[in-house]
Design a protein around this ligand. Structure first.
Ligand SMILES: [Zn+2]
Length: 90
């Protein structure tokens, strides 16, 4: 199975980062469309890490070790949130 570790990491962290951000900025939209836009922007800023795995389960600790840590992913997601909340596409 071909997987992009970066995508797995962003998908896992996005809900938490967005929820945290919305505590300070309750006007930020969290609909499906905005989440996907945020995810696309974050993924375009992070290097992809494609791997082939036989296992269905991917351990997130391994993923974060591979892609340079949670801080980088969090920063990319926050950038996405700021861009999308400034210009939501709906
Ligand atoms: Zn929205």
């Amino acid at each position: 199975m071909l997987k992009n570790y970066t995508e797995v990491a962003v998908a896992e962290m996005l809900p938490r980062v967005l929820e945290e951000y919305r505590k300070q900025n309750p006007d930020v939209c969290d609909c499906e469309r905005c989440r996907e836009d945020i995810m696309a922007i974050a993924l375009n800023r992070l290097p992809p890490r494609y791997v082939v795995t036989d296992e269905g389960t991917i351990y997130t600790k391994v993923i974060f070790d591979q892609i340079g840590g949670r801080a980088e992913v969090t920063a990319a997601i926050l950038h996405g949130i700021k861009v999308v909340s400034a210009h939501p596409r709906h």
